[in-house]
Design a protein around this ligand. Structure first.
Ligand code: NAP
Length: 264
């Protein structure tokens, strides 16, 4: 049976551990989580039944998979700590934003590295996770896809698109939520109590996304179904577009993309 160690039991680490622990890919005792905080590890052990450790070196002995799940600024010290201990057959899976496969291979040259970019939907098993690897990594890529399928949907992409995946998928959560907030504010102005407006807007957003996801249709096709000629929906849609809705969203996505390409 495969063994796996997750270095970093923070927000994302916990979601990944929860998905893996409830899958049939690993026995709970084959999953080890490393974190600095004893309190955090105790909570993870109690809730998820996995092994925990505060010692990175001990925790990666004899494991096939190592997930790097620390903040970008913490990655270098973790890589420095493990670089003389990792064995060539161990696969490194990096969740770390903005660090390329070749940058990790500069420190640890012999090991296969797979990059993953999930989002916070992972905590509800609704992550969108984009995955990238070099061409010679195929079997391992399939296994990593299975791992991240336990916390949502996965898509294998070229590594050059990883920054774009971060904007569309990870920052995308914030972009959709800001639109949701605006819908709630509109609902309140029409007379709903905030909690009522939120229930209506949230369920409507889920319905809209599910229609497109399950019907496999283009959004405009589902929009046509609710747009009566001369009706209130087209009136509202056209007003939103006159005020630059689509243009603002595309410009916001591109501003985010330009920014991420300058961050290191
Ligand atoms: N959250 C997301 O939705 C998301 C999505 C895509 C990608 N990512 C990427 O995933 C990575 C993790 O994100 P996160 O939100 O889970 O971060 P986080 O909540 O800060 O978790 C990181 C954890 O790793 C621990 N840690 C740091 N250095 C360590 C070390 N040397 N040994 C053991 N444990 C160590 C931290 O402890 P301390 O807090 O005590 O330092 C913390 O508990 C980041 O690189 C982020 O860019 C996150």
């Amino acid at each position: 049976m495969n063994k796996i160690t997750i270095i970093g039991g923070g927000n994302l680490g916990k979601s990944i551990i929860s998905g893996l622990a409830s899958s049939n890919l690993f026995e709970a005792e084959s999953i080890t989580v490393v974190d600095k905080s004893k309190y955090n590890l105790k909570e993870i052990e109690e809730n998820l039944g996995v092994s925990t450790s505060q010692n990175i070196i001990e925790s990666i002995i004899d494991v096939e998979w190592i997930i790097l799940c620390v903040q970008p600024r913490q990655l270098d010290s973790v890589l420095q700590e493990v670089k003389d201990v990792v064995t060539i057959d161990q696969v490194l899976i990096s969740t770390v934003t903005g660090t390329s496969i070749s940058e990790i291979n500069e420190v640890i040259p012999e090991n296969k590295v797979i990059r993953v970019m999930p989002n916070t939907g992972a905590s509800k098993k609704l992550s969108m996770t984009c995955i990238a690897a070099n061409d010679d990594v195929t079997e391992e890529l399939t296994m990593v896809q299975k791992m991240f399928d336990t916390i949502g949907k996965t898509l294998v992409i070229e590594e050059r698109l990883m920054q774009a995946a971060t904007v569309l998928g990870a920052s995308g959560i914030a972009f959709f939520l800001r639109f949701l907030r605006a819908m709630i504010q509109g609902g309140i102005q029409m007379g709903f109590h905030p909690h009522e407006a939120q229930i209506i807007a949230v369920q409507t957003a889920m319905g809209a996304a599910t229609l497109v996801a399950e019907n496999g249709t283009h959004p405009e096709c589902e929009i046509d179904k609710v747009t009566t000629p001369q009706g209130c929906t087209i009136e509202g849609l056209n007003e939103m577009e006159h005020r630059g809705l689509s243009s603002s969203v595309i410009k916001g996505v591109m501003a985010s993309y330009e920014k991420i390409n300058t961050i290191k």
